[in-house]
Write a protein that binds this ligand. Sequence first.
Ligand SMILES: Nc1ncnc2c1ncn2[C@@H]1O[C@H](COP(=O)(O)OP(=O)(O)OP(=O)(O)O)[C@@H](O)[C@H]1O
Length: 273
Amino acid sequence: MSDQPTPAVELTDATLAIGDRLLWSDLDLKVTPGEFIAVLGPNGSGKTTLLRAILGQVPLSGGTLSVHGRLGYVPQQHADDADTMALRGRDLVGFGIDGSAWGIGLRGWRRRTQRVDAAVAEVGAQDFVDRPFGLLSGGEQQRLRMAQALTNDPSVLLCDEPLASLDLRNQRTVVDLLDTRRRTHDTAILFVTHEINPVLPFVDRVLYLVDGRFRIGTVAEVMNSATLSELYGSRVDVAEVAGRLVVLGGDGEHHHCAEHTYDDHDPTWVITR
Ligand SMILES: Nc1ncnc2c1ncn2[C@@H]1O[C@H](COP(=O)(O)OP(=O)(O)OP(=O)(O)O)[C@@H](O)[C@H]1O
């Protein structure tokens, strides 16, 4: 008998095509409990669609997918949510359990309240959870979206650019919460991002998708000039500057908008073009 833990998510020979466009094919990926995997790649390379396939929202075109345990989903910050004045933070978190609370009875209601309270405590949101969601800061809203995903006690957290439009302090808060969660509960994390640096210290492996091709491996194995140049089919330079990765290149087709992060403790502009 193998003493390897059962993978939280396992894709075997997985292929996904939308219309006549092949997003990725022959993808073999075993996500170990507690593992932190960063999913990178240019716009339209199929990162979000990978999460949607794992969620069962999009069928694979080929191959198999198995999920062991429950899934939680953390979306990116949406400006639209600022309109949700009528919704309290607590209501949003509760949607993670049942969408609405009609017809669950008093015992069900108590149990539901306990689960909401536990998830809110896990992200440290007790002070603002009863305020209108639309009045909260982006960072506070994002902590509540995480709490919503945690009400389910997930074995796997699927995070789709959860740091987008957050400042550095809030990015760190969200990343620290995710890291704590995987350490304390062995929750695996699949983290779609355009910017690896905020999660660099926590990443176990990188899945990098480009134009139907992909590479999976440790940061050192994937985030280097030779591997990314081969993957993009054009020259890409990867350099490490003060502990951060700077990626320059990719051909015109994959011309990312200039991305940058600026760290107040480590003032290095990180540019991807
Ligand atoms: N339901 C759908 N119908 C048609 N095309 C779709 C559908 N879902 C995704 N696509 C297309 O599949 C491709 C991959 O989309 P996806 O959102 O997965 O990319 P992504 O890597 O997450 O991109 P981004 O970095 O811009 O968020 C895109 O070209 C998208 O337009």
